[in-house]
Write a protein that binds this ligand. Structure first.
Ligand SMILES: [Zn+2]
Length: 288
């Protein structure tokens, strides 16, 4: 499942290809891939220009521009399990496309922006401009997103995970995965950061010292920055906008390594379930 570094990589690779192009045609091949329904979705995006591509949490955002340079709303792509967004030359046949946007020629040929998704859990949501009804600002999922882990301080991080004066009984990993606490972290980067910080995934957040929470925050930032630099992790389906795989899977120290020797101490890595997710950790190197 694409997490913050993968979506960041898609946004960066896509931006150079699609920014400033006009959406000339909209083809919805799978009705369940879009919100609102196909006709309303098309009306919101057709004829708009893609002004900017970026990311919020695990959402890929296409910021649109209407005539006269006015705000044209936003398309938010939620990739979920197996979603991909690719920029392909017009005429190339994409694999299992669900939505195809034909983009104008900017010099060098027209393009198609293809949303494909084998498992079909992903969505493309189109939103109206501004901040009123139908805009992204009124979308509860978007409103509830927590801060970006690469855009906050250690103090803010501690306050969100273990609020001062409250003894949080939640497990640390459950909080890291909760998109309303922090936006963008999933199973891979939670396991990797906890391993690097030496903290068990099932540690009770309120019982972890401030010093160790600071270490976890530093590990989260370092792991995310390294993964972005390596274009994300490709385990199964993730690819960037050119169809290229990432390389951070070669740097995994915890995720998916249950039963294999710990890279620090050689003890076999263990797995437990925390917040309904398989979590891999070292019983010697990681403590509560
Ligand atoms: Zn170990």
């Amino acid at each position: 499942m694409p997490e913050l570094p993968e979506v960041e990589t898609i946004a960066r690779t896509l931006a150079g290809e699609v920014e400033s192009r006009l959406i000339q045609a909209v083809e919805v091949l799978d009705e369940s891939a879009v919100e609102p329904e196909a006709e309303a979705f098309s009306a919101l995006v057709l004829g708009r220009r893609i002004a900017r591509v970026d990311r919020r949490g695990k959402l890929l955002l296409l910021h649109l521009q209407a005539g006269g340079g006015k705000d044209g709303g936003v398309v938010a792509v939620h990739l979920r399990m197996t979603g991909r967004v690719l920029a392909l030359p017009l005429g190339e046949n994409p694999v299992r496309p669900r939505v195809v946007l034909t983009l104008s020629d900017r010099g060098g040929g027209a393009l198609q922006l293809v949303f494909s998704d084998v498992r079909r859990f992903g969505r493309m949501h189109a939103f109206a401009p501004g901040v009123g009804p139908g805009s992204i600002e009124r979308w509860p999922f978007y409103q509830n997103l927590g801060p970006e882990p690469l855009g906050m301080t250690a103090g803010e991080f501690r306050e969100r995970l273990a609020p001062h004066g409250k003894k949080s009984k939640a497990r640390l990993k459950a909080l890291l995965l909760d998109q309303s606490v922090l936006a963008g972290i999933g199973n891979i980067y939670a396991d990797e950061a906890l391993f690097r910080a030496g903290i068990r995934p099932d540690a009770v957040a309120g019982a972890v010292s401030a010093r160790r929470l600071d270490r976890l925050f530093a590990a989260i930032q370092a792991v995310l920055a390294q993964a972005i630099a390596e274009n994300g992790s490709s385990i199964r389906d993730y690819r960037d906008a050119f169809g290229n795989a990432g390389a951070f899977q070669n740097s995994f120290r915890a995720y998916g390594r249950a039963g294999q020797p710990c890279l620090e101490c050689a003890a076999p890595m263990r797995s437990i379930r925390v917040a309904g997710r398989t979590s891999t950790y070292c019983q010697r190197c990681q403590t509560s």
